[in-house]
Design a protein around this ligand. Structure first.
Ligand SMILES: Cc1cc2nc3c(=O)[nH]c(=O)nc-3n(C[C@H](O)[C@H](O)[C@H](O)COP(=O)(O)OP(=O)(O)OC[C@H]3O[C@@H](n4cnc5c(N)ncnc54)[C@H](O)[C@@H]3O)c2cc1C
Length: 811
């Protein structure tokens, strides 16, 4: 066996083999895969082989699209039959919300170039004559969707990888993994050690065990999944004899199951409530081609539903039931990318649709390893989107929920209840008493909106303006006219200090660092090619110490990015302060009067200008005030030791009673940030758009000296930009606003996509942020935008349409 390789991939399921294949295709032939038993002997062999293109996520949608195209070409490349059957896939709808979901999905599909068509119930029957149309209101169909033979596909990828020099060692178990002084890894197997530059873990149900070998808690716990295969049925056999086309895959979304033909019979796969987490501590050492005992009782409601929709299903005898482990993460998407806090260790784990995702995930991971970054924005699958809060106990609850929710309607404002509340700011109970309806981000509970007296304190989700719309509107107007209080404790906070801190941060970000102590700058850390990786608000708190604030959801991602660039000579120290500090935001024209009553600092603009910070007290508590906010009003963020939060909260509420201080939530904040054209990482800013395409000209200074991403950005600029950031007013909408991922058209041609949208209550306009062809980015240009299947006129506005001069912020 090899003693050294450039990359060792652990795991010979579809995902590991695809990663090996793509590394070879990128020109790295010195790559090795080790598998403890036989290829596909984990989850891969028993998969139903479906390749659903449907996915609400922009990242995962692109990954799936690539996979299907690859699998189609693979047979020709390798000569290995992969059993690909592009028979199409119909997803049924029995209610109008489901149709809205399909309409929103169709927008995502159009922006990434996936073919999808809408069907009437009658058209469904033309394709699936053995179904009945009771209760149907419509359906969508993916003509390019279908299924494949997972084991044959794995063998084809293995053949392709071997042809390019990749080596595969079966019956070889990884027992330990150590990082050596020179940063290389030593992968210890029962057949000897292999040293290598990079390790990829693609170990399916063993993911947590593999993670433990390097001291990380991989957020994967599998869940049991079953499917039933029937004996042949005469009607299907007769269709075959008549050479009629295969009916394709049928998905009853509202009853949570899929069905397709299988050898003259039918295959039914339900996603049932109550499916238990499994292999919580990993499979046994002997586990191979392992299945669990069937549990038909759990499937009964779905079997009954399947019989109602396809009556012949009830007439065919059950031939086999498969009950196997399917890897899950709390949000149901895989984890593909770097292991946090480790150099050159990569995860391709947590795949619940691994047959579908393997091609794209292997492709993007190989790009990342070889080129230093992927080409698709991978935030939706990045391993660092979860944090320490994702303990084993949390994962069991959350992953069972994710499994049971595969087919639920994925509302844009959906908040799932399992494993909550978990991380709560001290003011949680106070906010709850004031009517807060909470959402969850990175484990934190955050008020999304506040139910006024008499309104039930419960959420209501929709693709259209929901029941909370009116109340959020009132919150926005209240902030604009009086004063509002927002809990932003979930922010990621950190300190970077030491003699090398300034030089280090200067190289990390594209903006100039604040020169004077007490000054604040908005700074972007670019990815190597010049897109945006992270956004930090940076305060210089001392000559050699900086305080960094970034989005709560990206705490692990942002802090890991810093870790990767940190010099190793001890000249720079990094401290994560997220859980130690709370943040309360006071915003609105009366916020100065309010703070003046409780705070020791002088708040007049000449003493406390915009983009500066001061240490002060609020009530009796020490606190730091930053004159910034995300809603475009006069306001301050109050950063404080977490133990002082309730004291500060009470001091503010008491002092603010006659100033009409009221709490507001994240949904109001988002509406107001769209009115200010403030970009977010993951939507308006990403590695797929150059920082200058995102309109960050004011914050990016290629002339300041070298920084990460500078050369990449300049090279991109030379090649020419394909996009430009815009803010759009959407006209004549009545009950729905853009949600992001809406296609933008000019004379019927696709010219861009919206990245976010919202109703702007202060402007009384429906708004979208987005990316369009640069020549169309001028204010006044008229385009069209698709919102839930309808096209509306959309006009490019001047940036920051609410208070474009920032007079309120600076006042
Ligand atoms: C009943 C069922 C039906 C499914 N149907 C579909 C479907 O229709 N479409 C779809 O897309 N997905 C489907 N899936 C999911 C799919 O099976 C998985 O997502 C996919 O197989 C995951 O592949 P993998 O390579 O990540 O994991 P695995 O196939 O489990 O491979 C991991 C490999 O790593 C090896 N390994 C682990 N630890 C070590 C070690 N220390 N040393 C060496 N080797 C190690 C294991 O032996 C194993 O072979 C289904 C799953 C189930 C249970």
């Amino acid at each position: 066996m090899d003693k050294h390789a450039r990359v060792v991939v652990i795991g010979g399921g579809i995902v590991g083999v695809s990663t090996l294949y793509h590394l070879v295709k990128k020109g790295w032939s010195d790559v090795v895969l080790v598998e403890r038993k036989e290829l596909t002997s984990g989850s891969t062999w028993h998969a139903a082989g479906l390749l659903p293109l449907f996915n609400m996520s922009y990242s995962v949608g692109q990954i799936h699209k690539y996979s299907v195209a690859l699998y189609k070409a693979l047979q020709e490349e390798t000569g290995q039959d992969v059993g690909l059957r592009q028979v199409g896939n119909i997803r049924l709808a029995t209610n109008s919300d489901r149709l809205d979901e399909y309409r929103q999905y169709a927008s995502v599909a159009r922006t990434i170039g996936v073919r999808v068509e809408f069907l009437t119930p009658e058209q469904v029957l033309e394709i699936w004559p053995l179904a009945v149309k009771d209760g149907l209101v419509g359906a969508i169909r993916h003509p390019d969707d279908g299924y494949i033979q997972p084991a044959d596909l794995t063998q084809a990828l293995a053949k392709g990888a071997r042809a390019g020099g990749g080596r595969i060692y079966r019956q070889t178990t990884v027992l330990g993994i150590d990082q050596m002084r020179n940063d290389e890894w030593c992968v210890r197997t029962d057949k000897g050690d292999i040293t290598c530059e990079h390790v990829v873990a693609a170990t399916g149900s063993f993911a947590r065990r593999t993670g433990a070998m390097i001291g990380i808690d991989v957020p994967v716990v599998p869940v049991e999944h079953q499917f039933i295969v029937t004996e042949p049925h005469p009607e299907i056999v007769s269709r075959h004899e008549q050479d009629l086309p295969e009916m394709g895959v049928l998905r009853e979304s509202d009853d949570s199951w899929y069905m397709r033909e299988e050898r003259g019979g039918l295959l039914l796969g339900p996603y049932e409530a109550g499916a238990p987490a499994c292999y919580v501590d990993g499979p046994t050492q002997d586990s191979e081609y392992e299945l669990f005992p069937e549990d038909i009782d759990r499937l009964m409601p779905h079997i009954e539903s399947a019989i109602r929709r396809v009556p012949i299903f009830g007439e065919a005898g059950v031939k086999e039931v498969y009950n196997g482990a399917i890897a899950y993460t709390p949000d149901g998407s895989p984890i593909v990318g770097p292991a946090w806090g480790k150099r050159n260790f990569w995860l391709n784990e947590g795949h619940s649709f691994g047959i579908t995702a393997a091609g794209g995930a292997g492709w993007q991971l190989a790009e990342w390893i070889v080129e230093g970054e992927p080409t698709i924005d991978m935030l939706g699958v990045d391993p660092r989107r979860f944090g320490d809060y994702a303990s084993k106990a949390y994962l069991q609850k959350k992953n069972e929920e994710a499994y049971a929710n595969v087919f639920v309607i994925h509302y844009p404002d959906e908040e799932r209840p399992a494993a909550r509340p978990l991380r709560t700011a001290p003011c949680y109970d106070r906010m709850q008493k004031l009517g807060a309806v909470f959402g969850q981000k990175f484990g934190w509970e955050r008020p999304n909106w506040f139910a006024p007296e008499g309104v039930p304190q419960e959420d209501h989700w929709s693709f259209r303006r929901s029941k909370w719309f009116e109340h959020v509107g009132n919150e926005c107007r209240h902030v604009a006219e009086h004063a509002g209080l927002l809990d932003m404790t979930a922010f990621a906070k950190a300190r970077v200090s030491g003699p090398g801190a300034e030089a280090f941060l200067d190289r990390l970000v594209a903006n100039r660092l604040p020169r004077k102590v007490g000054r604040i700058s908005l700074c972007h850390a670019l990815a190597p090619r010049g897109g945006v990786h992270s956004e930090f608000t940076i305060l210089r708190e001392a000559p050699d110490s900086f305080y960094l604030v970034s989005a709560g959801a990206f705490q692990r991602l942002d802090h890991d990015w810093i870790f990767r660039q940190l010099p190793r000579d001890g000249s720079v120290q990094f401290e994560n302060l997220t859980s130690a500090l709370g943040v309360l935001v006071v915003a609105g024209p009366r916020s100065r009067d309010l703070l003046a009553r409780v705070c020791s600092a002088s708040l007049a603009s000449e003493n406390f200008p915009w983009l500066t910070a001061q240490d002060s007290t609020v009530g009796l508590a020490p606190a730091r005030l930053l004159r910034v906010n995300f809603v475009g009003e006069l306001g301050w963020e109050i950063h404080h030791g977490i133990e002082y939060q309730n004291h500060i909260f009470d001091a503010l509420m008491e002092a603010g009673a006659d100033l009409e201080l009221r709490p507001f939530g994240i949904r109001a904040m988002d509406s107001m940030r769209v009115e200010k054209s403030y970009r977010l990482v993951g939507t308006e800013m990403s590695i797929e758009y150059a920082a200058l395409e995102s309109g960050l000209d004011r914050f990016v200074h290629p002339g300041k000296g070298d920084f990460v991403g500078r050369d990449g950005l300049l090279a991109w600029q030379k090649r020419g930009f394909a996009n430009r950031f815009v803010t759009l007013e959407v006209q004549v909408t009545t009950d729905a606003d853009p949600l992001g991922n809406n296609p933008l058209y000019l004379d019927g041609a696709l010219v861009g996509r919206s990245t976010s949208g919202n109703y702007g209550f202060r402007l009384e306009k429906s708004l979208a942020l987005g990316m369009v062809r640069p020549d169309l980015a001028e204010p006044g240009v008229h385009l069209e935008i698709e919102v839930l299947g309808e096209r509306f006129p959309a006009t490019v506005l001047q940036e920051s349409p609410y208070d474009p001069q920032n007079l309120k912020l600076k006042g």
